[in-house]
Each structure stands twice: as structure tokens, then as C-alpha cells.
Design a protein around this ligand. Structure first.
Ligand SMILES: NC(=O)c1ccc[n+]([C@@H]2O[C@H](COP(=O)([O-])OP(=O)(O)OC[C@H]3O[C@@H](n4cnc5c(N)ncnc54)[C@H](O)[C@@H]3O)[C@@H](O)[C@H]2O)c1
Length: 438
């Protein structure tokens, strides 16, 4: 059976400069910027980046077509990226990188001047949402509405001073305290009234998201707090024709979980419990040491197993799982986290078995390529005329934001297929189904 290829989307070319704006210039953002600078000067390969290193198969296997993704879809080039951000503490990306201690001095020295040139703009910051941080480089304005307008001014100034054709924003700020959506998040009008009244339920990340979308700038959320996953932001993104995505970069322990759980399920092996604990000593760990901030993270991490394992369809295998996640702030480790997983599984005749993982991971090293890919793919989506939630980017998130009432996919391999098939479809190629026929 032959089927015709889908009509390609009309995608505007990636001409000119693309500005990548990060609220939060901490460990992840500075490692991302440093890595791009190193990659474009040929000092290091952009390892971990799908946009830079992955190939994509096209058509039937026998056709042998397997280009690099960046040669298949029109992505902005690393040479065209410029960086900016806001932070209540870090003065610039070099200082942020030195404080974070992710990269060694030897790797920073040749790009130090460029990193120092990424000067943090004063942040919209409120300690109520991140109790462990004392912000000094903050906007001091009468209302949240004034803060939103000030961010819109910052965005426009950045755009014109850097000659940017387009911008994207990726939230790399601290995880904010836990909150549920409330009436002020119900519609754009309610949210704007809330900004003017400085409603206590509006968190800083939401003010950045509002400013971005009003400015026509796509917004991706790398942290687990609410930002664009509230009705008013979805409405605004549709009105302004701007893509959004979230949330919480998928790195470390959750990455491992989404690699292993689909494998257990594919082989119909049972799971009785999964205990995850880890130690980390960076600023993120310090922020997450507060129970309110950890609660936001915990809810993002816990959803993963249920959606992958579908206990309602497999009650004998996955109907009775104890899933526990702990994060412990332990300064000696800095950004070099250690995560332990004790996984209790069972097999034929119910016989129990155990898997132990000890992952000596580097959080920001895993997160940095995600920031790059999200920036480039969100820019692609905008040029392809997309708006609202980009579920095809679930691959990058711990708690993928759903575009419909249905639960988003958590299985990394299904997410990868969805991402690649979306690119194929946009470019007028057949999806690859891996069936005998293809
Ligand atoms: N590193 C990872 O693997 C990973 C994975 C998933 C999610 N995340 C999330 O990404 C975010 C960044 O992580 P990190 O390791 O770089 O943390 P970090 O603490 O080094 O950096 C966060 C920065 O955000 C700044 N900040 C706080 N509130 C702000 C505001 N209102 N406006 C602007 N800046 C603000 C802080 O001053 C800090 O410099 C965190 O929310 C973290 O939970 C990280």
C-alpha cells in the first residue's frame, strides 16, 4: 500500500539573529551559554543536543536517507544566537558560571569576555516565592502590571540593541513555591486585572511569560512551577500566535526513570516500588530544601511512573507501587549530584528482583543541551506558524504540558518518535512507523 506524503508546512527561513532570553542566569543558563560559545568556536562538540547531533531517517529504510536534523529542518545556526537574561543575584553569565562551579576555569578562560558581556537585567523577583534567596538586582516598581511593562521594555531594548530578527524565552529561574491555579489565571482579562491589582497569586514566572507572549516571543518553562500551564497563558498564546511548552527539564533521575520504566513494561515485568533519593549542593538544591519549593518539584517527578505504566490497564503488574522521591541539600557536592534508585521488580511466578542505580550525574551538563534544543525548536515552531502547547517537545520535560484533556506521553521513546514524526510531517515527509512494510 502506498500513501501520499503530507503537504509540507510553510516555514519562514531562519534568517538573522535569534536572541535567547533566560529569566534566571544561574548554573543551567550559564552552562548552556558557555557550551554554545565553545561549540561555535570549535572547542567542543554540542554533546546531548538533538538539534545539533541527531540524524533523522526519511522514507523507506532502503532509500538510505538519514540527514542530520539541522540539515533537514531550517533551524537557526549557533552562529546566529545572542544571549540575554534576568537574575536577582548573578551580575553576568561569567559570574554565574564561576559561582555555579559546573565548568572548570580552563574551559571558561577562552570565552570569559563573551560570558561577561551577557549582563543580567534586573529581575522581577519576590522572595515570597523563593524563600531561600535574597535578591538585590530587582525591579522596584509599584505594581505587577508595571513590572510586566518593564519586562516588555527590556525585551524590546534587547531586540533592537542586538539586532535580533526573532527572540525566544526559556525559564531557567529557580523553582517557585507550590501553587494551584486560581481565578486570576482563568482568562487573559482576569490576569491583566490581577497584574494591576498586584494579586498575590501571580508569581514572577507568570509575569515573564505574560511579557514574552505579549511581545510575540515563544516561552518554554524549564522549572516545575506554573508559568504557561494556566488557562490565561494558553489563551494569550493562541491570540498572539506564539508557541509555549513546559515543564521542568527532564534530566538526572527522571531521565533514568523514563528510560527504564518503558523497558520493564515492554517486557511485562512487575513493579512493586521505586525509591529515589539524591544529594545535591548547588543553589537549586538550596532552593529545593524549602518544603514549599520541593513540593512543586515532587509533584512534577511523581507523575512519571503512573503515566508510563498505566496501572489501570495492568493492575497485576503496576496496581500497587510505592513511589518515593527525596532530594537532600548537601553542599559538598555542588552541581555534581548523586542519585540512588532502589527499584523493586517482580517476574515469572511473582519472584522478586532488585535493580540499584547509582547515577553520579552533572545536572547542568544534562540540562544545557535541552535549553539549546528548546530554543531552536520553539523558534522553528514560531516560524512554522504554530501556537499554544507544543506537545511534540514533551521529550524534553519531566512533566510535559498537555495540549488536550489527555495525559501527555512520558515514555522517552514514544516522545522521541513523536518529535521526529512531527518534524517529518512539517517538512512533507511520511511518518516512520517501523512496521515490516517500512
Ligand atoms: N539542572 C537540572 O538538571 C534541572 C532539571 C530540571 C529543572 N531544573 C530547573 O531549572 C532551574 C534552574 O536550575 P539551576 O541549576 O540553574 O539553578 P540556579 O539556582 O543555579 O539558577 C537559578 C537562577 O534563577 C535566579 N532566579 C530566581 N528567581 C528569579 C526570578 N524571579 N527572575 C530571574 N531569575 C531568578 C536565581 O537567582 C538563580 O541565579 C531551576 O528551577 C531548576 O529546578 C534544572
Amino acid at each position: 500500500m502506498t500513501s501520499t506524503a503530507p503537504a509540507p508546512l510553510s516555514i519562514a527561513p531562519a534568517t538573522g539573529r535569534l536572541g535567547v532570553l533566560t529569566p534566571g542566569l544561574g548554573a543551567v543558563a550559564s552552562t548552556f551559554i558557555a557550551g554554545v560559545l565553545a561549540a561555535r568556536s570549535g572547542q567542543a562538540a554540542p554533546i546531548g543536543s538533538i538539534t545539533q547531533m541527531a540524524h533523522i531517517r526519511l522514507g523507506h529504510r532502503e532509500e538510505g536517507r538519514n540527514p542530520l536534523i539541522r540539515e533537514f529542518v531550517p533551524l537557526a545556526s549557533l552562529d546566529d544566537l545572542v544571549f540575554g537574561g534576568w537574575d536577582p543575584i548573578s551580575a553576568n553569565a561569567l559570574e554565574a558560571a564561576r559561582v555555579a562551579g559546573v565548568l572548570e576555569q580552563g574551559d571558561l578562560s577562552s570565552i570569559a569576555a563573551e560570558l561577561e558581556g551577557v549582563v543580567a537585567m534586573d529581575a522581577v523577583f519576590d522572595q515570597r516565592w523563593v524563600s531561600r534567596l535574597e535578591g538585590t538586582r530587582v525591579k522596584d516598581l509599584p505594581s505587577k502590571w508595571d513590572m510586566a511593562l518593564a519586562l516588555i521594555d527590556d525585551i524590546e531594548r534587547f531586540r533592537s540593541e542586538n539586532g535580533c530578527e526573532r527572540l525566544v524565552m526559556v525559564w531557567c529561574g529557580s523553582t517557585e513555591a507550590y501553587q494551584e491555579a486560581s481565578a486570576v489565571h482563568d482568562s487573559v482579562e482576569a490576569f491583566e486585572a490581577g497584574l494591576k491589582a498586584s494579586d498575590a497569586n501571580i508569581a514572577p514566572s507568570q509575569i515573564y511569560a505574560y511579557a514574552a507572549l505579549q511581545s510575540g516571543v515563544p516561552f518554554a518553562n524549564g522549572a516545575p512551577n506554573l508559568a504557561v500551564d494556566i488557562p490565561c497563558m494558553r489563551e494569550l498564546s493562541r491570540r498572539r500566535g506564539v508557541p509555549i511548552a513546559g515543564k521542568d527539564f527532564k534530566t538526572g533521575q527522571t531521565l533514568m526513570k523514563t528510560l527504564i520504566a518503558p523497558g520493564l513494561k515492554a517486557r511485562m515485568l512487575g513493579l512493586r516500588g521505586w525509591y529515589s533519593t539524591n544529594i545535591l549542593g548547588n543553589r537549586d538544591g538550596e532552593v529545593l530544601d524549602d518544603p514549599e519549593n520541593f513540593k512543586t518539584k515532587e509533584s512534577s517527578k511523581l507523575g512519571v511512573l503512573d503515566t508510563i505504566l498505566q496501572p489501570e490497564d495492568y493492575p497485576d503488574l503496576y496496581g500497587n507501587i510505592d513511589h518515593v522521591v527525596r532530594i537532600n541539600y548537601y553542599p559538598p557536592r555542588g552541581d555534581n549530584k548523586e542519585g540512588w534508585d532502589a527499584i523493586d521488580i517482580f517476574g515469572w511466578l511473582g519472584y522478586p528482583m532488585q535493580i540499584k542505580i547509582d547515577f553520579l550525574c552533572r545536572d547542568s551538563i544534562l540540562a544545557a543541551p535541552i535549553v539549546l534544543d528548546l530554543a531552536l525548536f520553539m523558534d522553528l515552531a514560531a516560524r512554522a506558524g504554530q501556537s499554544d502547547v507544543q506537545e511534540w517537545l514533551s521529550f524534553y520535560f519531566k512533566a510535559p504540558q498537555p495540549a488536550t484533556e489527555l495525559e501527555p506521553e512520558h515514555d522517552l521513546f514514544i516522545q522521541q518518535t513523536k518529535l521526529k514524526n512531527t518534524l517529518r510531517q512539517w517538512m512533507g515527509e511520511q511518518p516512520v512507523t517501523h512496521s515490516e512494510a517500512g
